[in-house]
Structures are given as C-alpha cells and as structure tokens.
Design a protein around this ligand. Structure first.
Ligand SMILES: [Fe+2]
Ligand SMILES: [Fe+2]
Length: 295
C-alpha cells in the first residue's frame, strides 16, 4: 500500500508529464485556424469560406455529410460548401468545420484507449442536441442555440486528451468512478491529478478556441463560476445531465449529475417543460445520428 507521500509524489510526476504533453500538443491544421479566424473578420464572404474549406477535400466532404444529415432536415441534397453557407448560414458552417478540426486532432487511429470512442461521440452528440433543445425552450436566441450545440459536442474534449495520452491511468479513473460511485470528473483528479475540464481549458487556450466555447469546456461542471457566459455554460451542465439521464452514449461513468442550484434557478422549468426537452432531445438525437458516422 503506497503511503500518502508516495501517492502525492507520483501524482506530481504525472502532472508534470501531462503538462509536457499539453505543451507538445500539435497545433490545429492551418485550414481550421483560418476558418476560425473568419469570426474576427467581417470582410470574409461565403465564397472565401468555401475556398478555404474546399482546399481540403476530405474536410469539405465531411462538412457536407454533416450538413446533409437529417438533423438539419433539408429536403434537397446540399452539394457544395457555398450552398451550405447560403442555406445554413456562415456561422453554422464555420462552427461545424472547427469542431471537425478539433475532433480530428484526437483521432486515436487504432491506438489503445480506455474510453469507448463510439459511446463518447454519442454522449457528445446527445449533449449537443439536449443543449440546443434547452436553449430553444429557454429562449436564449438563435446564435446561442447554435453555440451551445457546438459547446455540447466539444464540452468533454479534455477527456479525449487524457484518454489518448494516458490510457492506463484513464482506465483506473473509470474503474474508480464505477467502484466509488463518483463522477469521472472527480476520479480523474485522483487517478491523474487533474480533471478533464481543466485540461480542456488548456487545450482551448492553446488552440485559441472562441471564448464562449472555452467557458463551456472549462466550467461545465461549475457553471456558477462562469461570469461572462453563464447562460451557455449552465446550458451545457443541464444538457450533460439530460443526455446522461436519457442514456445517450457514455463518457466514462454512469452517474447522472445533479444540476447546480444556480442552473436550476436560472432555467426555472416546470416538469412539463423538462419532459418536452427530453422528448425534443430524443427525437433530434435520432435525426442527427448521421453525425456519428462522420465523427
Ligand atoms: Fe464533463
Ligand atoms: Fe459530458
């Protein structure tokens, strides 16, 4: 049985290695960086975005598969990026492309991992559709509805990093969560010395992800600390709760986390509205399953 000091030392050593791996994390592909930069450049047109994305054929075809999924429900096939921009809007196409770039960076390519990736993507997609259902019912505006969808997709990216670079320790974190009936966010701290939300924050900062997205990734387990983006971050905590309650995918533990009192107070949903959110989420999750094949 290791002593407390031995455990602490081991944890500190591991933290240093995690820190090194975070430093060495490769940058996002240049095309993704340029696509993200269009947010600060109002002069960028739909055809600029088309040119950027179409320069990478594999990326363009993935974007088209996403926009043609029945989640967006267009009767006709959208066959070019320009069309996608015209029909779905600049922001939707840009945000979807950014998430594809981030997820590609964590392609495990057959490497050993502890997390079941298919289940992980289903959890991420479940959280994304729940987030937009919640945001719609709460009436927080169409731009926010779209942002929380992407926030839901990406909220747990810290887990992908920890699982990819430290699969053995991640397997221990998962076992610990199951045995002690605690959340994986708690057990990661014991097994690895750091939780996925903090690791996600470091990745988001390193890759200059938008600040609202960084808030959702960093504070989805502690939304009360989110100052500027409380509403979006609170939505992600609630969406994570809904996705888990409905059993959509899995991301390392089976706990259905309670909502923070601040989130419950802000949403102030009646039981009937909660039920409607769950129904919307189940329906939209079914419609968006095409996303899973692309991811
Ligand atoms: Fe999380
Ligand atoms: Fe989650």
């Amino acid at each position: 049985m290791p002593t407390l000091i031995e455990t602490k030392l081991k944890q500190e050593r591991l933290l240093r290695i995690i820190e090194d791996e975070l430093q060495d994390l490769p940058p996002l592909p240049a095309v993704i960086v340029r696509v993200m930069q269009t947010v600060n450049d109002p002069a960028t047109s739909a055809s600029d975005l088309n040119r950027l994305i179409s320069a990478d054929q594999a990326l363009a075809s993935k974007v088209l598969r996403l926009v043609n999924s029945s989640y967006y429900g267009f009767p006709r096939k959208i066959s070019t990026v320009t069309n996608a921009v015209v029909i779905l809007g600049f922001n939707t196409v840009r945000n979807l492309t950014t998430s594809l770039g981030v997820f590609n960076a964590f392609d495990s390519q057959g490497q050993k991992t502890a997390l079941n990736r298919e289940q992980f993507w289903a959890h991420s997609l479940g959280t994304a559709v729940a987030a937009s259902a919640l945001a719609r019912r709460k009436g927080i505006g169409s731009k926010a509805i779209e942002e929380v969808f992407i926030g839901g997709l990406m909220h747990d990216i810290g887990k992908l990093f920890l699982d990819q670079y430290f699969p053995d320790q991640y397997a221990i974190a998962m076992k610990l969560a199951a045995a002690a009936k605690i959340s994986i966010w708690e057990s990661e701290k014991t097994a690895l010395g750091v939780g996925h939300a903090l690791v996600g924050k470091r990745i988001a900062e390193k890759w200059n992800l938008p600040t609202s997205l960084t808030s959702m990734i960093t504070l989805h387990h502690q939304p009360a600390f989110a100052k500027e983006y409380f509403e979006m971050t609170a939505t992600i905590q609630a969406a994570d709760h809904v996705a888990r309650k409905l059993g959509l995918g899995s991301s390392g533990d089976t706990l259905v986390p309670a909502l923070s009192p601040e989130v419950e107070k802000w949403l102030a949903f009646s039981p009937a509205v909660w039920e409607a959110v769950e129904t919307d989420t189940c329906r939209k999750f079914e419609e968006s399953k095409g996303f899973l094949q692309v991811l």
